[in-house]
Every structure is written in structure tokens, then in C-alpha cells.
Design a protein around this ligand. Structure first.
Ligand code: GUN
Length: 283
């Protein structure tokens, strides 16, 4: 059997076309969705993510401002900048690109953002709402993954979902969203013993480890859905995920590729959250 490949890139394009129409309608009503992104320092990977966000915002007709701050920016300076944006009525969504330089406490920065403008869904208030299944901004990568699963009508309720990785940005929230959809969720991580026993029983496997070829087809249950969140650059410069795509494809029923998988969906859900923020704030 060869798995059906879920191209996030194709779904993202469809969704962005719909969003473009929605933004046009909103503008006719005087609502102009605007995202402000803050990038501290000049990490090349962060710069590349940020430029992807800018391009996608342009495509849907949304204003996207970029504030570039030097690597030496202090925590107080960044908090002051965020406070200014919190109070700026023309700004609907605020995103501070992570990671931040060592002198800045990331959690303090996340908590400085107005929860109503927290389009990343990282503020504790929004995480709490997600946990209790209330409407809120969902973290973009987990939200994108859920949207991909739903687009293929993949059953989640009652299934064994195994999340490998427990980051605040991906692992923890994606497990929570799957739990909200009634999956039986197991988290595996660097200290998990006999991880293969969990993996071989997983109907849905979310792999967010950050190691190329971490998971091979041999380990997975036939017919599983495999979502690869990894983005790893090989010594020859090519991008690859955490899953050995060629072997996993032969065992899985559905699989996401890297690139063209989860990545484009993350940015798309950021746009969706920003449009939602603009609508909420216009009420
Ligand atoms: N760095 C890597 N992924 C993300 C993300 O989803 N949001 C922010 N703000 N920073 C990131």
C-alpha cells in the first residue's frame, strides 16, 4: 500500500484564496485586518519564516508590518514596544518571532501581548481556553495539523494519537487539540522508555522532534496517519522532515511531506487568526 500524501501546500492555497475574498468583504465594511510581526536579531531561519508570513499576508490583502529590532534589545524595550501595539487600534494581531535572544524572558514577552491580539495563541489565557475547549486563538501549527486531518475526513474520535515531542508551540497543544476531538492521546519524548511500543499502536502519529529520519516505516502501524512537523536541513542543503518519507509512505494510509506539508498550513492559520482578531475587535 502506498499512502495518500496530504499536501498542506495545496490546502493552504485553497484556504488563502477564500481568505482573500473574506478580506475584500471585510474591507468594504471598513475592517482592515492588520498583523504586526516583531523580529529581534537576525537569525536566518527566523528571517525566512517572517518573510513567508509577509508574502502570505500580502496575498490575502492583509496589512503586515514588520518591526526589526537589534539583537541587543532589552526585555523592557520589547515590552514597551508590545504595550504600544496593544494600545494601537489599527493593529489586530501581534506576533513576536521566537526564539528570542538570551537576555529576554520569552514567557514574560508572551504574557505582555494582549490576549485579544495574541494570534499565535501562546498567551496563558488563550492556552487555558484551549484546554477547556472554549473558542480562542489556537496555536498555528497544531491548528494547521487539525485542519489537514479534517480536510481528509480522517477519524480522530476514539483513535490512538501519539505525539512525539512536547514543546509548548507544537507537541503539547497538538495533543490537547486531538484530545478535544476525543482521541486517546499519548505524549512521547526524550525520556520515554520503549517508545516503539507506543508508536506501533498509534493510529495518528504526530512527529515533532527535530531529527531527520527519526521515524522509519518499520516502526509504524499499517494504515496509520503520519504527520511530520520536522524541518531539518541536511548537509547537502535539502530540507527534510523527522520521518523517513519513502519507507513510511509504504506503511501509512496518510502522510504529510516536508516541504509542502505542515509548514504552509502554519502560516495560513496565522492569517486566519488575524482575520478573526480583526472581526472580534470590530464588534
Ligand atoms: N518560531 C517558530 N515557530 C513559531 C511560531 O509559530 N510563532 C512564533 N511567534 N515564533 C515561532
Amino acid at each position: 500500500m502506498s499512502a495518500e500524501v496530504i499536501y498542506g501546500s495545496e490546502l493552504a492555497e485553497q484556504l488563502r484564496i477564500e481568505m482573500k475574498k473574506e478580506v475584500t468583504t471585510l474591507k468594504e465594511k471598513g475592517i482592515h485586518p492588520k498583523l504586526t510581526v516583531i523580529l529581534v536579531g537576525d537569525d536566518p531561519a527566523s528571517k525566512s519564516y517572517v518573510s513567508g508570513k509577509q508574502k502570505a499576508s500580502d496575498f490575502v490583502g492583509m496589512t503586515s508590518d514588520l518591526i526589526l529590532l537589534p539583537e541587543s534589545t532589552s526585555e523592557d524595550e520589547l515590552v514597551q514596544m508590545i504595550t504600544k501595539l496593544n494600545n494601537d487600534e489599527t493593529v489586530n494581531g501581534i506576533l513576536v518571532q521566537l526564539p528570542l535572544p538570551d537576555q529576554i524572558n520569552e514567557q514574560k514577552i508572551i504574557e505582555a501581548i494582549d490576549p485579544n491580539k495574541d494570534v499565535d495563541g501562546f498567551h496563558p489565557i488563550n492556552i487555558g481556553k484551549m484546554l477547556t475547549n472554549q473558542e480562542t486563538f489556537l496555536p498555528c501549527t497544531p491548528y494547521g495539523i487539525l485542519t489537514m486531518l479534517k480536510s481528509k475526513n480522517i477519524e480522530i474520535s476514539g483513535k490512538n494519537a501519539v505525539v512525539i515531542g512536547r514543546s509548548n508551540i507544537v507537541g503539547k497543544p497538538v495533543g490537547q487539540l486531538l484530545l478535544n476531538e476525543h482521541a486517546t492521546v499519548t505524549y512521547c519524548h526524550s525520556r520515554t522508555k520503549d517508545m516503539e511500543n507506543y508508536i506501533k499502536n498509534a493510529d495518528i502519529l504526530i512527529v515533532a522532534v527535530g531529527k531527520a529520519h527519526f521515524l522509519t516505516g518499520e516502526a509504524i502501524k499499517p494504515g496509520a496517519t503520519v504527520i511530520d512537523v520536522g524541518v531539518n536541513r541536511l548537509p547537502n542543503g535539502t530540507l527534510t522532515g523527522d520521518v523517513d518519507f519513502e519507507t513510511a509512505k509504504e506503511k501509512a494510509a496518510y502522510i504529510t511531506p516536508v516541504p509542502k506539508g505542515v509548514g504552509p498550513m502554519t502560516i495560513t492559520m496565522l492569517l486566519k487568526n488575524t482575520i478573526q482578531a480583526a472581526k472580534n475587535q470590530s464588534k
